[in-house]
Design a protein around this ligand. Structure first.
Ligand code: PGA
Length: 241
């Protein structure tokens, strides 16, 4: 596992974007797993900037997002679909048919989740998966106690996940569609980002503690190709940082 500690949020975002940009330059038809949340906002801005400067072409890229609230219409301002279009897809040239985001409106959930896994497989699997980490150690919406064998499915959100979000929703969602731990671990390469003092403790536990389903991100210790990019605050509890 490579751990890079950057001075601040901006340099964390820039380093992450450059790493992904290099992969896209080398493999234009990369299959890229994407994440939402506060952490990757700067990362997406950097990728948009590279495109606007004509340095990066996304016309062969294929993307799969990790998760989406359920149920939620894509047009909801807090949907991850809306997040992705506002921050990234509306500003770059990823072809519409190459964009996969779990659909928070589907009725046949089980069948849809099975198809989502098949779409990833039919694309040749995830080359690179971007991840954030929840304060409770979740990756995607694989909450504490989830199974290492899990694939894309409907999950109940941990109460801690929705803390402080009640201002954003009339009825905060209690469920989500998410890629599973097994789906994530199937990616050839994983890029985990974390920023800010509120992530310092969970970062330390996930990277140095026991591998346990109580801290889903700890499974990344078993993946052979993980890069972790932290800002100084998120790295504060790690030895030598
Ligand atoms: P955040 O969320 O980037 O908004 O902190 C990360 C996550 O829950 O995975």
């Amino acid at each position: 596992m490579d751990i890079l500690v950057e001075q601040n949020y901006e340099s964390m975002s820039q380093t992450a974007a450059r790493l992904v940009a290099r992969e896209i330059l080398l493999v234009p038809d990369l299959v890229l797993g994407l994440a939402t949340g506060n952490t990757p906002v700067g990362f997406y801005s950097e990728l948009v900037k590279l495109h606007e400067e004509n340095l990066l072409d996304y016309s062969s890229l294929k993307t799969f997002n990790l998760d989406e609230y359920y149920p939620i219409p894509p047009s909801h301002p807090e949907s991850f679909t809306n997040y992705m279009y506002e921050r990234f897809f509306n500003h770059v040239n990823v072809p519409e048919q190459n964009i996969y985001i779990p659909d928070g409106t589907v009725e046949s959930v089980e069948e849809y989740c099975r198809r989502y896994e098949e779409w990833i497989e039919e694309s040749g699997g995830l080359d690179l998966q971007l991840l954030g980490i929840g304060k409770n150690g979740h990756i995607g919406y694989n909450e504490p106690g989830c199974s290492w064998d899990s694939v894309t499915r409907l999950v109940e959100l941990d109460p801690r996940t929705m803390e402080g979000q009640s201002d954003k929703f009339d009825n905060p969602p209690t469920q989500a569609l998410t890629m599973g731990v097994k789906t994530i671990m199937g990616a050839d390469q994983i890029l985990l980002l974390a920023s800010g003092a509120k992530k310092a403790e969970v970062v330390e536990v996930a990277l140095n503690g026991p591998v346990t389903t109580d801290v889903p991100a700890s499974i990344l210790q078993l993946h052979p190709n993980v890069t972790v990019i932290l800002d100084r605050e998120a790295a504060a509890e790690l030895d030598g940082c």
